[in-house]
Write a protein that binds this ligand. Structure first.
Ligand code: NI
Length: 261
C-alpha cells in the first residue's frame, strides 16, 4: 500500500528526458519514501495535455488521468471542447475532470470567460457523474460561489491555499481538500492552519509535480516520492504517524476517484 499522489503533471516537458528511468525509482520503497509510490493522477491543462495524460496512463500502470481546460487556457474553449472531453472521459483510466477553476493571478483570459468555461465543465461533471479537481489562484470568493451552485459534484480543491474558515465551509459541503508542498513552506503559515482543520477523512496528498516541491526539496523539480515529506507534515499537524497519513490519504483518494478499495 503505497503513496497516492492525487495531482501531478508528468506530461510536463521537464520529465521528457528521464521519465522511463524515473518511474521505477518512484515505485520502489526508498529512504525518501519508505512505502514507495503506488498511484499518480496526471492532470490535464488543455486538450493536448489531457491526451498526453491518457497516453501516459496507457504506458505506465501507476498513472491515471484527469482531463480538462485550465482557467489560463480558457481562451482555447470552443464548441469542440466539451464533446472532446466527454470522449476522453470514456477512457478506462480517465478518473476526473481537471484541472478547472479560476486564476486571477495572470488573467490572460477575462474573468467572465474563465467563469463560463468553469461552469461548462462543472455541468459536464454533473451530467457524467465525474469528480472534479479545482484550481483556485487568487480567486477564492468567486470559486466558492460557483462551486456552491454545483455542490452535488464530487470535488477536490487542489493545493488548497484558502483560509481555515473557507476550508471548514468546503468540508461542510462534502468536498475534499488536497495539500501539496506548500504546507511545508515556512512563509505560508495559513496553509498548515487550514490543513489542521480538515478532518483526516477529507485530506488528499499531492505533488503538483514538477511544481511546489516540499521542504527539504524546495526549488527542485518535484516528483511523487517527495510527497512523503508533505505527508509527514500533515501527519504532524494531525498527530499521527507519516505511515498512517499515507494510508489515510490513499484510502481517501481511492474513494474520491472511485477506484476499487
Ligand atoms: Ni496542477
Amino acid at each position: 500500500m503505497g503513496l497516492f499522489d492525487s495531482h501531478a503533471h508528468y506530461d510536463d516537458p521537464r520529465f521528457e528526458g528521464d521519465l522511463e528511468q524515473l518511474v521505477p525509482i518512484l515505485t520502489t520503497p526508498s529512504e525518501k519514501c519508505p512505502c514507495g509510490v503506488e498511484t499518480v493522477v496526471n492532470i490535464g491543462c488543455d486538450l493536448p495535455s489531457s491526451r498526453l495524460c491518457l497516453d501516459l496512463a496507457d504506458r505506465y500502470g501507476l498513472f491515471y488521468a484527469a482531463v480538462g481546460l485550465h482557467p489560463q487556457d480558457a481562451g482555447k474553449f470552443d464548441g469542440e471542447t466539451i464533446p472532446a472531453l466527454k470522449e476522453m472521459l470514456a477512457h478506462p483510466k480517465a478518473l476526473a475532470i481537471g484541472e478547472i477553476g479560476l486564476d486571477y493571478k495572470y488573467e490572460n483570459c477575462s474573468r467572465d470567460l474563465q467563469k463560463e468555461v468553469f461552469r461548462a465543465q462543472l455541468a459536464l461533471a454533473r451530467e457524467t457523474g465525474t469528480p472534479v479537481c479545482i484550481h483556485d489562484r487568487d480567486a477564492h470568493g468567486d470559486v466558492f460561489d460557483i462551486l456552491r451552485e454545483f455542490s452535488d459534484v464530487v470535488t477536490v480543491l487542489h493545493s488548497f491555499s484558502g483560509s481555515p474558515e473557507m476550508a471548514k465551509q468546503y468540508v461542510k459541503m462534502g468536498f475534499y481538500l488536497s495539500f501539496s508542498g506548500t504546507v511545508t513552506f515556512k512563509n505560508a503559515a495559513v496553509v498548515p492552519e487550514a490543513a489542521k482543520v480538515v478532518p483526516k477523512d477529507r485530506l488528499l496528498l499531492e505533488t503538483d509535480a514538477p511544481y511546489l516541491a516540499p521542504v527539504p526539496y524546495r526549488g527542485k523539480r518535484n516528483r511523487s516520492d517527495y510527497a512523503y515529506a508533505t505527508a509527514a507534515k500533515l501527519a504532524e499537524l494531525h498527530g499521527v504517524s507519516p505511515e498512517e497519513m499515507v494510508a489515510v490519504t490513499r484510502e481517501n483518494a481511492r474513494r474520491f476517484f472511485r477506484l476499487e478499495p
